[in-house]
Design a protein around this ligand. Sequence first.
Ligand code: ZN
Length: 227
Amino acid sequence: MKKSPVKNLADLIFPSRCIGCSQLGISICSNCRSSWHPHTYFREVSVEGSTYPVISSVQYSPIASRVLLSAKESNIAAADKLLIDAISHSLSYFIKRFGGRTLVAIPSRRSATRKRGRNFLSEITSEAARISENKISFIDTKILIHSRSVKDQSALNSKQRVSNVSGALAVPSNFKPRIGGGNIGPLIIVDDLITTGATLAEAIRALRAAGFEVKGAVTGAFAKPLR
Ligand SMILES: [Zn+2]
């Protein structure tokens, strides 16, 4: 296949660099790729006395952080692809072990969506559902919304994260799980990263309060919680 002249020109002006270490060359070098090689990590979050499994694929590292930021804040397609791979890996393990049928993405803060020009996690989640070998669907509407504003979590410790997100998510009243084998659920929640689990716990709480069955959650990466 011939490369189009436009693509060659783009290579000249914007030479490819590794997302992880900025080395010139392919989109992720073999060294960084080994930090983003999917494994299976298991965590649990507890919500109102019940525990829910969370499956993640990649351990958080400086390289993983750059991959996530490249996808989230810079819309770099190769980084999206790495995140989709990681979420898909978590998802196929999750479904085998715990079941679930419908994916729900954690909503981004409105200001973040505006700045990025896209609903980052919805796009990633919808692609993960599309390429899944399991028959799963994705709710491409706002089943989870912020009922009040929340701060960016990255600089917050565990306690601050809990109070930042506690009671912050809600399900609009037009979403009702149909009784008797309805078509929404059981749900699997999707996020790019789990740190303390506070956001996932809040999402589970809100969905359960609206009457949905939630199986647990999958994420691309997991980080050790800050104190
Ligand atoms: Zn690299």
